[in-house]
Design a protein around this ligand. Structure first.
Ligand code: PGA
Length: 249
């Protein structure tokens, strides 16, 4: 059985007191689904969030990390630093990192290797832009994003990887991929894994959908057989909405 995961990507939102408040609200919600729940606050609030959720069924994850072990990389945070405060999972390759911070398949492959070397779990994000979809190139783009950053790995590495398909045109726009579009792409992603690594890796892979998931559309998207959860931006900033999505399974 694949794991279901609902992860809240807080992006550059919430200072310390807002983080405290949102976590207090999240802890008041009740979970009726079997989905694993994750939240990704900013670096400055990870330690607080980790401490505040220690006894709860909420995993605190990072939004990014650098690939180097240490050294002269002003402003960056590495895997050891994250692990030293209890963070075991990192989001890599979010389209905002690719678009605004020049992350490429090549730099992401290095980050993937560094995270795995530290035994961290990765939520690896990718997705096509609107122009790619309009041109009918979405599978080519997504296939190459996955291959370029991940296909140098051994099959055993994939137990520490979760994939997140996030069409760029659906992120923060209010426009969601239809459940059928999500299902079609997720099936393609699973097929791509199957071709390279075989059935065991493909069947076990948790594939999240991200892009304007909200309480009103989560149930239908999550009902699709190859959609195993969601990476949630805007709707993760309100505890009731986030748990309505968690409980949509
Ligand atoms: P959104 O963001 O839910 O606000 O569209 C999703 C994401 O960027 O992970």
């Amino acid at each position: 059985m694949r794991k279901n995961i609902v992860a809240g990507n807080w992006k550059m939102n919430n200072d310390l007191s807002q983080t405290e408040r949102l976590i207090t609200d999240l802890k008041k919600q009740s979970k009726t689904s079997n989905a694993e729940v994750m939240i990704a606050p900013s670096f400055t609030n990870l330690w607080h969030a980790f401490e505040a959720t220690r006894l709860d069924d909420i995993e605190v994850v990072a939004q990014n990390m650098h690939f180097a072990e240490n050294g002269a990389y002003t402003g960056e945070v590495n895997a050891s630093m994250l692990k030293s405060i209890g963070v075991k999972t990192v989001i890599l390759g979010h389209s905002e990192r690719r678009a605004y911070f020049n992350e490429t398949d090549e730099s992401l492959a290095k980050k993937v290797d560094a995270a795995l070397a530290h035994d961290m779990r990765i939520i690896f994000c990718f997705g096509e832009e609107l122009a790619d979809r309009k041109a009918g190139n979405e599978e080519t783009i997504v296939g190459s994003q996955i291959k370029n950053a991940l296909f140098h790995l051994e099959a055993s590495a994939f137990k520490n990887i979760v994939l997140a398909y996030e069409p760029v045109w659906a992120i923060g726009t209010g426009e969601t991929a239809s459940p059928e579009q999500a299902q079609d792409m997720h099936a393609f992603i699973r097929q791509t894994l199957q071709t390279k690594y075989g059935n065991d890796v493909a069947d076990a892979m948790t594939i999240l959908y991200g892009g304007s998931v909200k309480p009103a559309n989560a149930k239908e998207i999550f009902s699709k057989p190859d959609v195993d959860g969601g990476l949630i931006g805007g709707a993760a900033l309100k505890a009731e909405d986030f748990y309505a999505i968690v409980n949509a399974f």
